[in-house]
Structure formats: C-alpha cells, structure tokens
Write a protein that binds this ligand. Structure first.
Ligand code: HEC
Length: 248
C-alpha cells in the first residue's frame, strides 16, 4: 500500500516536470502575443495621427506610401516600446511574424493609395479599425498557419460581422473582462485544443478613450461619420479586444 502511494506520488512528480517546461513555453508565447499586439497598435497609431491629412479634401497626393507609412510605424513602435520592431534579438519566428505584419501594413496602404489621394473628398473611411482589420486579414494570408491576429468586441458592440467573437473569445469577454473583479487592462491567455490541435490563445482588452467616443459614444443610436449607429460607450468602457492565436 505504501509502495503504491509512492508510485502514485512518483507519477505525479513526473507529470509535474513537463508542466514546468510548459509554463516557460507559455511565457514565450505571451511575449509573442504582446509583440503582435504592439505592432498592430503602432500601425493603428500611425493611421490615427495621419487621419486629418488623409481626410483633407484640399490635398491630392498625401505622400503616404507604404514605405513612408512603415517609417512612421517604426518610429511609433520605438516611441511606445523603446526598441526597434525588427531588432537584432528576435528569434527567427518572431522576425518572420513581425515582418509579415509590417509587409501587410505596407501592402494595405499601397493598395489604398487611390482612396487616400482622392482630391476634393473629406472623410474617406480609412480609419484605424478598418486598417487593422485589413492588415490582420492579410497577415492571416501570409502566416495564418503559424499565427492569427484579430480585433473583436463584446457581441453587442460588434460593427463588422467579421469581428464577431468566437465562443472562446465571447466567454473570456463575458466571464473575465466584463466581470467586476477583473483588473482593468489585464490580458487572458491559455492553451486550448482547437480542431484537434493544441493552440495558444490570448485576448487583450481595449478600452474606449475620449477620442473613440465621436463614433462609439453618446448619444446611443445616433449615426456617426462612418454611417454606423453609436454604441453609447463611455471613456474607460471595454470597447473590444485584440485576439491572438499561436499554433504550435
Ligand atoms: C471615425 C469613427 C471611429 C472612431 C473614432 C473609432 N472607431 Fe472603432 N470602429 C469604427 C468603425 C466604422 C468600425 C468597423 C470597422 C470595420 O469595418 O471593420 C470600428 C470597429 C471597431 C472595433 C472592432 C469591432 C467591430 O465593431 O467591428 C473595435 C474594437 C473598435 N472599433 C474600438 C475602437 C476604439 C477603442 C476606438 C478609440 C481608440 C475607436 N474604435 C475609434 C469607427 C470608429
């Protein structure tokens, strides 16, 4: 009997060992998820800081080519993170994913030159959320067997049906991010099995700031400049989440 208990204890000890390795691997994946989100944010920031220029009806050629855009993304990333997006310390996979994100951004900006440079047109609908969706889709075409990035939102806030949360995202949003006990800004990540595959999933909450409310704020139901009814959101409310999937 004692021997049997020992064997059980031994068995547990053996099982615990890979658990440790697993935890380390998770740290690497969390870093990777945060990197993917940080690059996406840098891209959105650049669309945002050029929004007045993009929507200026008095200027035709805005000089905002894919290359010019990437220079600004690099600067925005350095300003926010203190290091270059393609610094020397990246692993081969990190480099591949970051390069794919940056390439996707340059392509989307290049493909939208005609829209961006349309003379005599004010608001063009080339806003951070649309840019992010197009970039994430292009990123998926490039490296979707390794990683996916998506921006989603609580179901009642979703504007574009492509952004609708899947069951995992919906449950993290409702059970964690919208729970009164949740620490604001805290991300959630876990290993899950999806279609028989082990995948790492991470969801990073995003909150409305004052600048979001011209479109997502009050009065609820009033149509915003993009043609969507406003959500009636307030500063600090959960507005959405960046969803990262890493395939093993
Ligand atoms: C100029 C109006 C405008 C502003 C300002 C704006 N948004 Fe949006 N937002 C939109 C539109 C339009 C979409 C749908 C984009 C698409 O077609 O994918 C959207 C989509 C989103 C989504 C993706 C989910 C969905 O509903 O499709 C999130 C999350 C989001 N916005 C959050 C924010 C946050 C946070 C801010 C402020 C930092 C912000 N938005 C500022 C107009 C705006």
């Amino acid at each position: 009997m004692t021997r049997m208990l020992l064997w059980i204890a031994f068995g547990l000890a053996i099982q615990a060992a890979p658990g440790g390795a697993f935890a380390q691997e998770t740290d690497v994946q969390i870093d990777e998820g945060n990197r993917l989100a940080a690059i996406l944010r840098a891209g959105r920031t650049v669309v945002s800081s050029n929004q007045d220029l993009i929507n200026d009806p008095g200027i035709g050629d805005k000089g905002l080519s894919g290359d010019a855009f990437l220079e600004q993304v690099t600067a925005a990333y350095v300003a926010a993170n203190g290091v270059e997006p393609l610094g020397p310390d990246l692993t081969a996979e990190e480099r591949q994913l970051t390069q794919a994100q940056l390439d996707a951004m340059a392509e989307i900006v290049d493909e939208n030159q005609q829209l961006i440079n349309t003379p005599d047109l004010g608001f063009k609908g080339f806003i951070p959320a649309v840019f992010a969706r197009l970039v994430n889709e292009r990123f998926g075409e490039k490296v979707g067997d390794i990683a996916r990035v998506k921006v989603t939102a609580p179901p009642d806030l979703v504007r574009n049906r492509k952004a609708r949360p899947d069951p995992w995202e919906a449950s993290v949003i409702s059970e964690k991010f919208l729970s009164p006990e949740w620490t604001g800004g805290q991300a959630w990540s876990e290993q899950v099995t999806q279609d028989g595959r082990a995948v790492f999933r991470m969801l990073i909450p995003e909150y409305y700031s004052a600048s979001c409310l011209t479109c997502h704020g009050e009065p609820k139901g009033e149509v915003d400049v993009t043609g969507f009814p406003k959500e009636g959101g307030h500063e600090g409310d959960l507005g959405g989440a960046i969803s990262i999937t890493l395939y093993e």
